[in-house]
Design a protein around this ligand. Structure first.
Ligand code: CP
Ligand code: NVA
Length: 308
């Protein structure tokens, strides 16, 4: 099986065997890096990284990942490039494709990254859009597998605002055979379109996908509890939404209602004591948040090595 030349924009475009290949490659590259074994699979290759939003993990892990693979990464922002002066995404994609071997983009509108992919002659990676965050979920699944030894048959509960991260969980975790529950307040549940796509995957892979409004009931039997910020980048803070979401906070009481061996995840950056209490985030019995952050590096190296 080869993923050469494929865009990595939306997990629902991948089969289980393809995501499995990425996870296995990521694990292999991680062990090579830990053992000091050279793995310069992308010698002389260049990655263009377009950031329309802020980033710590995505920026650093992609740049370091390319260095470890023997290649090079360029950090591009709208201010400082002609994108900020109105050059179209399509034209930018065609130009970057003439210099670079792969493009990564973090955008607001998801259509911006699909537009890039449409006009690019080289693979395009979605480094987060308002709709999806596929690289994050690959790192998360690598982390779950490291801690639990498997993915299939586990129950993951996402408690909080339905957003790009929960949308990608509904896709990636379902494809890999996990049962997914999204616990969100009314008004902040996944869109109809995302549910339709999630339900289709759940049917195809014989898993359970549910959306509920009660976090305490949801976490019964959970192997993984996941949360993310109440307000994603580009969203205004809003008192009413904050009040509704505080009931979905991941705290000790919630965690104690799950399986004894539950792990707690967050893509970071966290807003301590909002969506996740500090005592849980810092509790090594539960929290794997920094393993997730580390695995961004390894998972993305897997993606890069396979698609470029
Ligand atoms: N989780 C994540 O994507 O982090 P950054 O916004 O720091 O890249
Ligand atoms: N949902 C968050 C994820 C940040 C990595 C956001 O879009 O801001």
């Amino acid at each position: 099986m080869s993923l050469a030349g494929r865009h990595f924009v939306d997990l629902s475009e991948f089969e289980r065997s393809e995501l499995r290949l990425i996870l296995d490659t990521a694990r292999d590259l991680k062990s090579k890096q830990k053992n000091g074994e050279p793995h310069k699979l992308l010698k002389g290759k260049s990655l263009a990284m377009i950031f329309m939003k802020s980033s710590t993990r995505t920026r650093v892990s992609f740049e370091v990942g390319m260095t470890q693979l023997g290649g090079h990464a360029l950090y591009l922002q709208p201010s400082g490039t002609q994108l900020g002066r109105g050059e179209t995404i399509g034209d930018t994609a065609q130009v970057l494709s003439r210099y670079c071997d792969v493009i990564m983009a973090r955008v607001f509108a998801h259509s911006d990254v699909t537009e890039l992919a449409k006009y690019s002659n080289v693979p395009v990676i979605n480094g987060l859009s308002d709709l999806l965050h596929p690289c994050q979920i690959m790192a998360d699944m690598q982390t779950i597998e490291e801690h639990k030894g498997k993915l299939e048959g586990l129950k993951i509960v996402y408690s909080g605002d339905s957003n790009n991260v929960s949308n990608s969980i509904m896709q990636g975790c379902t494809i890999m055979g996990m049962d997914v529950t999204i616990a969100s307040p009314k008004g902040y549940t996944p869109s109809e379109e995302m549910m339709k796509r999630g339900d289709k995957l759940a049917k195809q892979y014989s898993t359970e996908l549910q959306v509920v409004n009660d976090p305490r009931g949801a976490v019964k039997g959970a192997d993984v509890i996941y949360t993310d910020t109440f307000f994603s980048m580009g969203q205004e803070r809003d008192k009413e939404k904050e009040k509704a979401l505080m009931k979905f906070q991941v705290n000790r009481a919630l965690v104690q209602d799950a399986n004894k061996e539950v792990i707690v995840m967050h893509c970071l950056p966290a807003h301590r004591d909002e969506e996740l209490t500090s005592d849980i985030m810092d509790d090594p019995k539960y929290s794997v948040v920094f393993d997730q952050a580390e695995n961004r590096l390894h998972a993305q190296k897997g993606i890069l090595a396979l698609i470029v």
